[in-house]
Ligand binder design. Structure first.
Ligand SMILES: Cc1cc2nc3c(=O)[nH]c(=O)nc-3n(C[C@H](O)[C@H](O)[C@H](O)COP(=O)(O)O)c2cc1C
Length: 214
């Protein structure tokens, strides 16, 4: 039973573009056949607490003596890790907020990145997500084109690529839409057209990716 973990983090539950793209992926995944299941976690609607104790970054055997993180926080973390490792494919909606990921998504990252459990540290078989596909659907109010003055200002995709790709070992694809604020604030000629074109293309690309990865 191929299982998709569908994550969203946009605070906009009505017109979000990252949510539209992840939904396109999840709908296409469900349409493949009844065996294709979806586990849904909306990180904005059901917000996770921030990590309450640095000991939670480590499994019990690697913690400092005397560490005693809250058992409820540990149980939640175990649930999040089990949910992740039960996923054959992950799709994550990641809007750009203050040049990085929403704090709701960061709280999830802080919970699931554990050296020696989900990331290599001191032994073999410590990368349960190795080789599994991850689609990042990112939406940005502005644009961060190569060669433009804002190139490199997007710190959301790089941190996801680092943690979930390089560290946890997932195979990352990115679908990005830009200039999403062109309907709200003044922007140069052609911005709205580009934004709408990118969204249309992204919805198709997400559905195609689900069919390819499923
Ligand atoms: C708190 C907040 C911070 C934002 N910071 C940025 C930013 O740093 N750069 C940017 O291009 N857009 C920024 N935006 C605009 C969002 O990236 C844009 O609206 C995007 O489409 C949100 O994703 P969504 O459509 O999935 O909700 C910000 C929006 C919010 C709500």
């Amino acid at each position: 039973m191929p299982n998709l973990l569908h994550l969203d983090s946009s605070a906009d539950t009505a017109t979000s573009r990252s949510r539209a793209i992840t939904a396109s992926f999840a709908d296409a995944w469900r349409s493949l056949d009844d065996d294709h299941t979806v586990t849904r976690r909306d990180l904005h609607v059901d917000q996770l607490p921030h990590l309450s104790d640095p000991a939670l970054h480590w499994p019990a055997r690697l913690r400092l003596p005397g560490a005693a993180p809250d058992p409820a926080a540990e149980a939640l973390q175990a649930e999040l890790i089990a949910e992740l490792t039960a996923a054959d494919v992950v799709v994550v909606g990641a809007p750009l907020y203050n040049y990085t990921v929403p704090s709701t998504l960061k709280a999830w990252l802080d919970n699931v990145h554990l050296p020696g459990v989900t990331a290599p540290f001191d032994g073999d078989d410590q990368q349960p997500m190795l080789g599994r596909p991850l689609l990042i659907a990112t939406s940005r109010g502005g644009s961060y084109d190569v060669g433009s003055p804002t190139e490199g200002w997007d710190h959301a995709v790089p941190v996801l690529e680092q943690i979930l790709g390089s560290t946890l070992g997932m195979v990352v694809e990115v679908i990005a839409v830009n200039l999403t604020l062109s309907g709200q604030i003044p922007m140069p000629d052609g911005a709205r057209e580009r934004a709408e074109r990118e969204l249309s293309e992204a919805l198709v690309a997400a559905a195609d990716a689900a069919r390819r990865l499923g």
